[in-house]
Ligand binder design. Structure first.
Ligand code: BG6
Length: 487
């Protein structure tokens, strides 16, 4: 008997990628150097010791710019989506995607961020990508900034610490809206805004050794991004009143390590500082009181300009997008607990959860909790724009790829999404991370695979780049076909 689906009829099923992890075509067709081009791959570094990858220094930037040829920078090559987008989008269409999330690279349109006119070749590329998406009747979901700001802005302005970058970003977004605003309904201003505190360089371009007040610069940069997000929301609505601008965070749902009041308070603080600060500003439109106290306690003093408060209040996000991979643990005595890796920052270990090979703790029920928790707080439509498991896949002798672990991970999260829908949460879509294998953001590995489509390339960049449908490809195809009834 055919099962009834709890998912709304127009639910947006799909998958996601990001320009800097997929496109490649580094230095070609007018693209400038981006912060992502500094990320190197080093097989000597332990998988679970990502912090070393995240520490970008002035020296690392200079080495990457000089490019001695001895270091591998995988994000410069991606999976050659730039030349293979037709095949990749066709495969996503074959799975039945209703939506395809991707980002438009700032460094491809304004190579140094400061040009007065855009690079036409860059615009032509995204025009062609959109045409392909439209050909299959899919909805595009475009992230304006996904960890690849032009590197020149880091060197020239210390990244987003300088208010001037707001104008440059607005020029970029405005150019996208002018060219594509009528063809794209769903936008995201910044990928994972809260990365500004945990993966600062790739999100805001702030380099620790270039500042004598790191924490101040981090939060000033985030403030400028808030203003930029408000301004581009305003601009989108002027150009296309039907356009929807989403704000996005990496949702670090966290549990108190015990019911000790100190642990519960720590959980509250972690949630406020790591998550809610960002969504409170972008959805409620004001800086929350707890953050003013945090700034006071930590000697941070945000420089506001006249009009900032009104902008934040007036141009809030239309929907809340978030990534969900793991849950975390909060403790007043963190040193007493084991630590494990997680998305963007490390986490304390939760003894009740299993972990991926990279130490990311798998928590499907945490997704139901997260959906309820965010919806209760904000009452705006929610969009899960990243969810998935990084795993090593093996190509069998007959060319097939069996990935039951990926199916299991996604299936268990989808079950909890169903529960949340029954709970009354307004969830409008789900784009898994990632549609297709791409270079890992955190480790620059190729072997940390998330896709339904296998890409024949190893960590050193060897391989044919051929695409292979994994078992999960057929599974997801059925999920979408049944609108989530058959998991
Ligand atoms: C998110 C990013 O933080 O996590 C993606 O938005 C990233 O760009 C994803 O790829 C998974 O992280 P990683 O480090 O395993 O690639």
């Amino acid at each position: 008997m055919k099962q009834e689906s709890i998912f709304p009829e127009n639910f947006l099923w799909g998958g996601a990628i990001a320009a800097c992890q997929a496109e490649g075509a580094y230095g070609q067709y007018g693209r400038g150097m981006a912060v992502s081009d500094i990320s190197f791959y080093d097989s000597q570094i332990d998988r679970q010791d990502l912090a070393k990858h995240r520490n970008v220094t002035t020296q690392k930037i200079e080495e990457a710019m000089a490019d001695s040829g001895t270091t591998r920078y995988p994000k410069r090559h991606g999976i050659d989506f730039y030349h293979r987008y037709k095949e990749d989008i066709a495969l996503c269409a074959e799975m039945g995607f209703k939506v395809f999330r991707f980002s438009m690279a700032w460094s491809r349109i304004f190579p140094t961020g400061e040009e007065l006119t855009p690079n036409q070749e860059g615009l032509d590329f995204y025009d062609a990508v959109l045409t392909e998406i439209e050909k299959y009747g899919m909805e595009p979901l475009v992230t304006i900034s996904h960890f690849e700001m032009p590197l020149a802005l880091v060197n020239q302005y210390k990244g987003w610490t300088d208010r001037k970058v707001i104008d440059l970003f607005v020029r970029f977004a405005d150019c996208l809206f002018t060219n594509f605003g009528q063809r794209v309904t769903y936008w995201i201003s910044f990928n994972e805004m809260n990365a500004g505190r945990f993966s600062t360089f790739k999100s805001t371009g702030v380099v620790a050794d270039k500042t004598d007040n790191y924490i101040q610069d981090c939060y000033q940069a985030v403030h400028h991004q808030f203003i930029a997000a408000a301004l581009v929301t305003k601009r989108l609505h002027e150009i296309n009143p039907a356009g929807k601008m989403g704000c996005m965070i990496a949702r670090f749902t966290t549990y108190a390590a015990t019911c000790k009041p100190e642990d519960v308070l720590q959980m509250m603080h972690d949630d406020q500082y790591d998550n809610f600060f960002y969504t409170d500003v972008m959805i409620r439109g004001t800086y929350p009181g707890y953050m003013n106290r945090f700034f006071k306690d930590n000697g941070v003093s945000i420089i506001w300009e006249e009009g900032d408060k009104a902008l934040l209040k007036e141009y809030t996000a239309d929907y809340l997008a978030f990534s969900y991979y793991v849950s975390n643990v909060s403790s007043a005595q963190p040193n007493e607990l084991d630590v494990t890796d997680a998305n963007l920052k490390k986490s304390l270990k939760n003894p009740y959860l299993e972990s991926s090979a990279w130490g990311w703790q798998i928590d499907p029920k945490g997704l139901r909790y997260t959906l309820n928790n965010l919806y209760d707080r904000y009452q705006v439509p929610l969009f899960i724009v990243e969810n998935g498991i990084g795993a090593e896949d093996t190509v069998e002798a007959d060319g097939s790829v069996h990935d039951p672990y990926r199916i299991d991970y996604l299936q268990r999260h989808l079950e909890q999404m169903k529960e949340a829908l029954v709970d009354g949460v307004d969830l409008i879509g789900y784009t898994t991370w990632s549609s297709i294998d791409i270079v890992s953001s955190g480790t620059s590995e190729m072997s940390k695979r998330y896709g339904f489509i296998y890409v024949d390339q190893d960590d050193d960049g060897n391989g044919t780049l051929n695409r292979i449908r994994k078992d999960s490809f057929y599974w997801y195809q059925q999920v979408i076909k049944s609108n989530g009834a058959d998991l």
